[in-house]
Write a protein that binds this ligand. Sequence first.
Ligand SMILES: C[S@@+](CC[C@H](N)C(=O)[O-])C[C@H]1O[C@@H](n2cnc3c(N)ncnc32)[C@H](O)[C@@H]1O
Length: 233
Amino acid sequence: MIEYNKIYNMDCMEGIKLLDDKSIDLVIIDPPYKLDINKIKKPNGFNNYANDLLDLKDGFDLKVLDLLISKMKKINIYIYCSKRQILELLEYFKNKNCNFEVLTWHKQNPSPLTNNIYLPDTEYVIFAREKGVKLYGNYHTKHKYYISGVNQVDKKKYGHPTIKPLTFIEYHIENSSKEGDVILDCFAGSGTTLVGAINKNRKFIGFEINKEYFEIANRRIAEAVQNKVGEAN
Ligand SMILES: C[S@@+](CC[C@H](N)C(=O)[O-])C[C@H]1O[C@@H](n2cnc3c(N)ncnc32)[C@H](O)[C@@H]1O
């Protein structure tokens, strides 16, 4: 029995099956990217960085999306991805008659790899929604781009090599859900989506397969709940 406001240390292919059908309002996921890991520069402080990324190089099985769709009230999903995954994801959601946007996260200080390639300064987010799914938010939250540094501080602080910017994720939450809605992140990593849900008064469910990242996410969740209680007093 899966409870709200918890993260579970398990393979999401098993976890998603335990959810009730049509119980999720919004999905935000940042699954393994298709990456060429030889071109990635190791950030300071990450000795096993290439190893950490090995499991990220092949992308993820689109069967996860089939499972997720059965659990969403209506298709309403943000998927962080690499440029290699954009085509297959757009094709997938076109076949489901969804509207879509390609949002981008731009990093101001990427590693200086200039040899015959563009700078690695952009990550992509596919947003897909079924007809009838509303977009909320405001002028401030609805830009299609978000600009920040490369997140070295968060990477070091929370010990996850591919942590995403909390503010951008909070914009997705504000734009695509209401207070009290249920948000699922089944590749939770250090728990950024789950912290965003707490900050924005939404319910959440998380799955993370790696024990170390699961524990990091649990610590961040406890910290975010504590901050909320502090704000209320
Ligand atoms: C790109 S990271 C997510 C980072 C996260 N957005 C953050 O800000 O910290 C992807 C995560 O998915 C986890 N993962 C990979 N396969 C999984 C699976 N089958 N089930 C659950 N988690 C999985 C990895 O361990 C990794 O932490």
